[in-house]
Each structure stands twice: as C-alpha cells, then as structure tokens.
Ligand binder design. Sequence first.
Ligand SMILES: Nc1ncnc2c1ncn2[C@@H]1O[C@H](COP(=O)(O)OP(=O)(O)OP(=O)(O)O)[C@@H](O)[C@H]1O
Length: 591
Amino acid sequence: METPMVKIQSDNFSSSHVRVSLRVRPFLPQEIEKDGSKPASCISRLDQVGKEVTVHLKDQTTSRNECYKLDSFFGQEDRINLIFQKEVSSVIPGIFHGHNATVFAYGATGSGKTYTMQGTENELGLIPLAMSAILSLSKSMQSLVEISYYEVYMDRCYDLLEPKAKEIMPLDDMNGRVQLKGLSSVPVSSMDEFYEIYSIGVQRRKVAHTGLNDVSSRSHAVLVIAVRNGGVNGKLNLIDLAGNEDNKRTCNKRIRLQESAKINQSLFALSNVIYALNNNEPRIPFRESKLTRILQDSLGGDSRAFMIACLNPGSYQEAVHTVSLAARSRQIVNYFGSERRKEIPNETVDMEAKLRAWLESKGKTKSIQRMNGLCSPVRRTPTSLCYSKNLVFSRTSIKAKNAESLSVTTKGRKLFDSEAFISSYAKAANKNQKPETCIDRKMEDQTKCSDKMSERTQELDNSHQNVLSPIKPTSNELSDDNSTFFSVLDSKIPITPFSLASQSSKFETSSILLDKFKESLEEEYISFLNVASKEELMLLKGIGQKRAESILELRKSSPRPLKSLSDLEKIGLSTKQVQELFKRGARGIFT
Ligand SMILES: Nc1ncnc2c1ncn2[C@@H]1O[C@H](COP(=O)(O)OP(=O)(O)OP(=O)(O)O)[C@@H](O)[C@H]1O
C-alpha cells in the first residue's frame, strides 16, 4: 500500500498537557443482526464546546447515562489518517529538536487499539503513518532513524527484535534519565526496511502469547522511533496498551487474574501520571509501575503525549470503564469559586466503574466482591449523581483550615460538627425519625436527580448547612454525658441501661437517638474523609501521614470513593482497625 504524503499540523498541545481523544470503531460483521440492523451505539450524543468535546454514553437497556469531557472525538467513519493529521503529526518536528513524544492506544480488549496503531492492508495505522512522516523528514534533515520494539508483560520488559536478549532493565543514567539496559535498536532508512523489521517483532509477540493460549494482547507493546539529528536525540513512543479488563465480567482466574491485575494496575498508574501532569501536580508518580517509569523521559516537561481511548460501540459497561479512566486522566482540577462552579454542566460519573478500576489496579478482588454486594443497580446512579455535587459543595467548605481543631470551621459553620448533630438528632429522636441530611437526598429518584441537578446544588448546600450550623443542644439526654454514645460505638460493650433503667420510655428514645446519632456520625465522618485535605485528615485521631495519603490516593479513583466505614478496608485496614479508627475519630470531637 502506498504511503500518503504526510501533512504536519501546528502543535495543539499546551505545555505538559497530555491530549486525550476517543475513537469509536464500527460494529463488526458478527455484531450486526442477520437482517442487517445494527445494535444501538452506547454513544448517545456529542457536544463540542470550545476546544473540548462532551461524550454522552447511554445504556440502551437500563437508560443509565453518563457524560465525560475529552479533547477530541473520532467516529466510526473517521479514518486513521484523520487522527494522525489532527493529533499526531504536529509532534513529529519536535522529535528532530530533541523533544520526546508518546502516543498510546488505550481501551478494552477488542476495542480497536491494534487496528488504530498498526492499521491493516487497506488502511495505514498510526505507527506506519508516523514512521513514514519521520523518514521523510529525516531525509531532508539528514538525520538517522532507529527503531526498537519491546513489550511490558507482568511488569517486566522484553525485547521483541532480539529474541535471545534477557529481560530489559530500566536504569537511571548519570543525568537522571531512564535508559533501557539491554534494548536493541535497528537503523531504518525506508518503509520497506521498517515493515520487514517491525513485522518480525509483531510475529514474535503473537507467538509468545499463543504459547499462553491467548490471542488478545496481554502486554503493552512499545515501538520506539529514535531520531539522531546532529547532536540532538529525540524519540517517539508508539504504544499499543494491553486491553483493560473487568474481571467480574470475564471471570478471569489464576494467571489471567494476575495478568489482568498487573494490566489494570499499570493502566491506572499511567492514568495517575497523566492526571498529575495535566494538573501540574508537584509530584508525578512515575515509579508506580514499570510502564510509567520507562516513559518518564517521554511524558511531562517539554514532551508531548496523546492518548487515544478506543471503544466498542456495543458495550456500555466497557465504554464507561474506558472513557471514565480516559476523562479522569485529562481532568484538570481548578479550585474556583462557587459562582463559577454553578456553570459546570451536569456531569455524571460512574463511581463504581472508577472504584473498580482502582481496586483492580491494586489487585483487591475481595474488595471488589464486597463492593458488588454493596452496590445495587438501583442505588448506584443517584448516589453517584448527588455525591458528585455534594463533593463540589464540600470542597468549597473546607477551604478554610483550622489546624487546631478537628471541626474545620468555614464561613461561620463547622464541618463534622458534633453540636449540630446532637441538636438535630435530639429533635429527630423525639419524632422517631432521622433528620434529613444531604446524604439522605442521595437516594432520591435517579431521573429527578439528574434533571434537577443544578437547582439542587443550592438546595444541598442549604440542607448541609442546616445540619452543620452550630445549634445549642436542646435535649437533656445528650447535653453533657457522652458515655452512652461511646458504648454504642463500641459494639463489644453491651448497652447497659444504667441510669435509664427506671425510665424505659426515656431509654427507648435515647437508644433510638443514639443509634441514629451513631449512624449519621458515621456518614458525616465518611463525608469528611471523602473531601478533607491531607492536613485535615491528619487532624483526625488515628490518621497519620500514610493513611491520609492512602485515602487521597483512593480519592483519585473517584470523587467520593468511601460510602461506608467498611470501605476504609480498601486502604488496607482490617475491620477492627476501621472500627477503632472511627471510635477514636468520634471521641476526638468531644475531647
Ligand atoms: N476502525 C475499525 N474499522 C473496522 N474494523 C475494526 C476497526 N477497529 C477495530 N476493528 C476490528 O475489531 C476487531 C478488534 O480490533 P483490535 O484487534 O484492534 O482490538 P484491540 O483493542 O487491539 O484488542 P486486544 O486488546 O485484544 O488486542 C478486529 O477484528 C479489528 O479488525
């Protein structure tokens, strides 16, 4: 097939910014009905606003829907050449000036990653298009071009062009740059030479995986095109990432489960790195996986990177999984005021998908099982919707930090305010009901919640403020003595109706009151853990730097990952430690 003339576009990358795009492949012949009708696509709508595109995903069977923002979108009819022209060609001149660049294809198994990167006989992929562009520039600039090809499997690197080579080791050189010790490279001066060498590597990769009785890519394949232009070296990494997998649906076992955990872990690490770069975070977690460590000199700084998230249009769950991680990678967090915040469009996020991605990345399958039990489909979406708004509210609330006190004071009210709880629970117990909080409202009807979300932001703020604003206790039961409350907190200590023995009705009221109080204190504690800064977390008794960091890391997977106390087990705590932590935290309010 003839190589087309490659036009080089102007650079649409901002400094350190990793662009993230979505590509949807067409339905395959086997996915089309016998009568020729195509299944409905999980992409229901696209909105282009300025330089961003909002992708709306819809599950045709349950009507669940989500939307995410990305840098660009390529539909079923768009050719790979268009992706190359719009997103990749602009990075190529920089390689000749010593800038590194990376292109990743990310997505579930069978979503079209290899198709997009390698192409077919009829359509060139991003790899041959990039190679061709680099070769033509190298001729005019009289520079040398070499390629290397390796794979990262189970967090280990293997050369695909030098079969006898040992494992490749990433090592830091004297300048602090990562060198891949043992990686071979082969000079290339024409497309024919390239195809000859590259196809050997592709074949080796296939053979290696046929040995594992598997046809899908379970390793990340990295093709490096290195350019030596005078005294300047630059390179382009073209990466066909291993397919992300939902272990719950694939029922992976043993080696497959381990592979899958490693794949998901490295993909999550990659997403963390991209997120950190796009948000100008001071620390970029390159060392979280072998893949990110290898790419350290090709991401960030003056490097350029582009992630293309590939999608099978027929799988809503996969789409949510892929797009949420892709969108999370590019999400740029700006801490702006409440006025601006109201302009944020209704954006729903699948917390479960994100949390699952995080858990899988950590290989925490037990937690996933437990989570599956906890999250019923009915509960999921409204929870996600309102939690995300709740987060927006709470973030504003915790801006003002009081390092002296656990109760973080902001605009004249307290977050995690015991007094307000005591008062509102005392009132509620008399009516034998729990006072309404923003958390109760999460359980509202899904559609209502979605439609009225912007209106509800203010409402939620108000309800939260009502519960949290300092009110003097009105009930005698809880005004001074917290001992009963603490015996309720400690499940091992039976509640002894000591002073209440003679007044059974008073005891019943108190008991209901305390149950509800404990329940809601737990909810508020969890809410606090979901939004507090590291410093605020460390003010809680039992939470030191390490635990605070683990909670923050968990929060990277979703804006509100903790829904109950048992979710704290996901940061590696035992059930006993969680109970102890909560008890100490709750006691801390009163001491
Ligand atoms: N844009 C496209 N047009 C037509 N067919 C496509 C397109 N993208 C993918 N396909 C077809 O879809 C199937 C899966 O694609 P591909 O092998 O590229 O997926 P993948 O994401 O690389 O999967 P894996 O992770 O298992 O390697 C292949 O049969 C491929 O030919």
